[in-house]
Design a binder for this molecule. Structure first.
Ligand code: 13P
Length: 260
């Protein structure tokens, strides 16, 4: 992976009109900048294959917003890891708070997904984060470590090698108000140190992302922290002109900071 990773999580947004209007623009305006970062788009499943046709011969990759734990069979409405590989996906987001909340996904199911994705050669992006109430009760670290431990109970430390952990405080998502940068740094450092206490090399090989109301105006504060290796961008990725400006701004800042 490159110095930095930006994922555009479209969630349940987009259609052929939106894609046809915007994807070539993204390709034209951003692809040539991507020596400084990996850019990946996470559209709804239905459009992955279609978008992939536009992205051939570019360095822009595709991310899936979810995967099922079953690889085939009678599981109506689900998508398997093999299907994601078939259509050219690189990363898979799991454990997003919207799936935990609206689809009752728990730590155990998410751990199974994590292991499946990793063992199939794709890169899991696991989202961790606390609710507002858990934050008030100082539970943030506990909530995040519980999920890591759950993965480790079902596998071993090597499963975390070269994967991605996204800290997404639930209360910050879609709120227009990102988390405090010192708190973000503190929790990511805590998770990283915890993993380092088990295996220092693997902790260094993990990318840590932040997500939750990232936009053009607040971008700088995240980029200046070396512990943050990338960003998950929701709403601000849905207006293409603004998203292009955001990536261009990130490029300028990262190059000026000489991040390694
Ligand atoms: P917003 O950027 O809209 O807050 O969404 C963040 C997110 O959920 C990314 O996965």
């Amino acid at each position: 992976m490159k110095k930095f990773l930006i994922i555009a999580n479209w969630k349940l947004n987009g259609n052929f009109y939106f894609i046809n209007k915007n994807i070539n623009l993204i390709k034209k305006k951003i692809d040539n900048l991507l020596s400084f970062c990996d850019l990946s788009i996470a559209p709804p499943y239905l459009y992955i294959s279609y978008i992939n046709n536009f992205l051939k011969n570019t360095s822009i990759s595709l991310t899936a917003q979810n995967v099922d734990i079953h690889t085939e069979g009678s599981f109506t409405g689900e998508i398997s890891i093999n299907m994601l590989k078939d259509v050219g996906v690189k990363y898979v987001i799991i454990g997003h708070s919207e799936r935990r909340l609206y689809h009752n996904e728990d730590n155990n199911l998410i751990s199974k997904k994590f292991i499946l994705i990793k063992n199939n050669g794709l890169i899991p992006i696991i989202c961790l984060g606390e609710t507002e109430k858990q934050k008030e009760q100082n539970q943030t670290e506990k909530v995040c470590i519980q999920q890591i431990n759950n993965i480790l109970e079902n596998s071993n430390i090597n499963i975390l090698n070269k994967t991605i952990i996204a800290y997404e405080p639930i209360w910050a998502i879609g709120s227009g108000k990102s988390a405090n940068i010192n708190e973000i740094e503190k929790i990511i450092l805590y998770i990283k140190k915890y993993i380092a206490s088990l295996d220092a090399k693997i902790a260094e090989n993990i990318y840590f992302l932040y997500g939750g109301s990232v936009n053009y105006s607040n971008l700088d504060i995240f980029l200046k922290k070396k512990i943050i290796n990338g960003l998950l961008v929701g709403k601000a990725s849905l207006t293409t002109e603004n998203f292009i400006s955001l990536v261009k701004k990130a490029e300028k800042i990262i190059n000026s900071l000489n991040r390694s």
